[in-house]
Design a protein around this ligand. Sequence first.
Ligand code: PMT
Length: 411
Amino acid sequence: MNIVLGITGGIAAYKAPDLVRRLRERGGDVQIVMTASAEEFVTSTALQAVSGRPIRSNLWDKEAEAAMSHIELARWADIVLIAPATAEIMARIVSGGAPDLLTTICLATEAPIALAPAMNRVMWSNPATQANRRVLESRGTHILGPAVGSQACGETGAGRMLDPDTIAAAVFDIGTIQGEGLLDNRKVVITAGPTREAIDPVRYITNRSSGKMGYAIARAAAAQGADVVLISGPVDLPDPPGVEVRNVTTAQEMHDATHDCVKEADIFVAAAAVADYRPKDLKEQKIKKNDESMTLDLVRCPDILASVAALDAGPFTVGFAAETEKVDEYARSKLENKALDMIIANRVGNDCGFDRDDNAVNVLWSEGEKRYPQAQKSKLARDLVELIAERYYAARGTDTQPRLSVISTTD
Ligand code: PMT
């Protein structure tokens, strides 16, 4: 993998030689591009020694440009990684400015860009930096970290650069993200996140779910060429690039949004943590705490997954099972009772399943099963989408050829 490693001026730049080593150990060819302020923290001599390539830093270096111009570098990169990434470089990339070599490459490349932010915790949480982070994420830039912990400035909080090994692993994850078009011309509908069922204007019933698992599946399906609709409960995640996102709040809204588009879908994946019950009556005013105890009258919410599985000529239907005990047993009974094509079982609890970046699952279908050990949800999602595609084509008795004919037009 050809990696342009941008190093900017933060104290974490001292970790850059180690990062280069980790990237090269995994088979990366690393071309370093330093900003002027990075040179205050780490020497180009050390970096040249570990990377085995001359360091680039100057947009106007005629000799270096003659060897590989900034445009050639931008094309050469399979990924552009900036680590450490300061608040300044984030702002520069957001604004589209190109005053130096690194920002010019960012503007000129079609390769994925990943940033490993490193800065003082207050700078990281500053609304300007957070707004820049959101813009970058919405444009598909991968933000790796930062980690939480003690900082060089003596403070403690979010802003430490992730450790070099974690960054290197994430870079290779991202670099291999583009799929082989397994789901070209297929429509995939996915639910993700929790639902909220209002009790009164200030309180609601919900389930624990960050949406990370469902969003990762949406990204992985889109990377395999699928036309993806993601029906999302309230989460704090950016929309995955290239995915149509429909935001909903309640189980009934999620049900209606799903049925609005699922009939034309080839595959449906229910990753959402949908409330099973909602309060029978929504109180118009805030309930006062006058009594020592209170009882809520609840009624069932629609079962979205079961209703999709029951459709005539419906999509290939994949459910999730979130269990705290007897995971496989309960998952298999959901597979059978809801007449699903496949179910993805995960153990959930305080330290597994939801609200975290990794997960471990067991996938069950009528004639088989496959276990996936603990892995980042992004990696797991890619593996799951490959398996879903394989089982979908097997169930439909077709090969992986696109179902729709492609109409080409010429001017
Ligand atoms: O969002 P994260 O923080 O990344 O966490 C991921 C996750 C743990 C939420 C996810 O991996 C997961 O397990 N999602 C399903 C959660 C759930 O509600 O499971 P369940 O066993 O209660 O429901 C079984 C299936 O029926 C699920 O596919 C669910 O989406 C679906 N369902 C449930 C109730 C309902 N009213 N309608 C449904 O469609």
